[in-house]
Design a protein around this ligand. Structure first.
Ligand code: BEZ
Ligand code: FE
Length: 291
């Protein structure tokens, strides 16, 4: 295969993928090549621009380590993470909606009993969080595992502090026999996503801000139910309509009520989707292609 031109190269590359044994890999690579080539044609990509792109991706790689994932930030800020969440979480009506996972979840966070303070010394306004975990028929989900994590008043997660040995403002609880739970923590505050790397440069070049509206992360799991990865956002936050990672859903916005003693109270009830066979969880795009 010689003398390929701008008119013949796409087919040549696709032909080279024809023997890919894994059908899903073949589908993904074929589509990726088609869209990448179409993109380059549409913008008439110059060689300098192509090299800038290579430098940008290289910088993302250099910025990434076990604490910092610049490629996930890139995906988040391009809306790709939220698009993927939306396509793969078309839960039945009435279920709590999902949103982005984010890069700050850690495995093996400390366990807490109801009423304990998951802040563990993290700075912030005191806050009580109360709620329940139920199924679609309103049934309690006793023992559901509730993982919660959040930034502190300075906008940082514990893992962002150099040398911070202890977990702060994160923990694992279990719903009681009635599906209910409550714990103490600090009020969530808006914070900027890490923007001291190439993704931050891209945000500035496109006149975008890096802020996320105040939110508390939850991951809830229970046998017989789909895993729920979501946030609860704080009503009134100025960034609700311009979240840097496009994660806000109105159904996840709640009132964090100030109490007489100055502390805050958040009440939120979660509804889990029943576990479904893998094929039924596919997003709209995959379902359409399969039809
Ligand atoms: C977060 O909410 O923790 C988050 C999500 C996406 C990018 C950065 C942070
Ligand atoms: Fe967050």
């Amino acid at each position: 295969m010689r003398n390929l031109t701008q008119d013949t190269i796409t087919q040549a590359v696709l032909g080279r993928l024809a023997q890919t044994p894994d059908p899903r890999l073949k589908e993904i690579m074929t589509s990726l090549v088609q869209h990448l080539h179409a993109f380059a044609r549409e913008v008439r990509l110059t060689e300098d621009e192509w090299f800038k792109g290579i430098e940008f991706l290289t910088a993302c790689g250099h910025k990434t380590d076990d604490k910092r994932q610049e490629f996930i930030l890139l995906s988040d800020t391009l809306g790709l993470s939220m698009l993927t969440v939306a396509m793969n979480n078309d839960k039945p009506q009435g279920c709590t909606e999902a949103t982005v996972f984010g890069p700050f979840h850690v495995e093996n966070a400390p366990h807490y009993e109801h009423g304990e303070d998951v802040a563990n010394g993290a700075p912030g306004e005191p806050c009580i969080v109360r709620g329940s975990v139920r199924g679609l028929e309103g049934e309690a989900v006793p023992g559901a595992t509730i993982e919660v994590w959040q930034a502190d008043a300075d906008g940082n997660y514990d893992v962002q502090y150099e040398g911070q040995g202890e977990h702060r403002a994160r923990g694992v609880l279990h719903a009681g026999p009635d599906g209910r739970f409550h714990f103490r923590t600090i009020r969530a505050e808006a914070y900027p996503i890490p923007h001291d790397g190439p993704v931050g440069d891209l945000l500035r070049a496109t006149k975008r801000h890096p802020w996320r509206p105040a939110h508390l992360h939850f991951m809830i799991t229970a046998p017989g139910y789909e895993r729920l990865v979501t946030h609860v956002f704080r009503d009134g936050d100025p960034y609700l309509d311009s979240d840097a990672v496009f994660g806000v859903r109105q159904s996840l916005v709640a009132d964090w009520k100030q109490q007489a003693d100055g502390s805050y109270l958040l009440e939120f009830d979660f509804v889990l989707a029943p576990e479904r066979p893998a094929g039924r969880r596919q997003g709209a795009a995959a379902a359409k292609a399969a039809a």
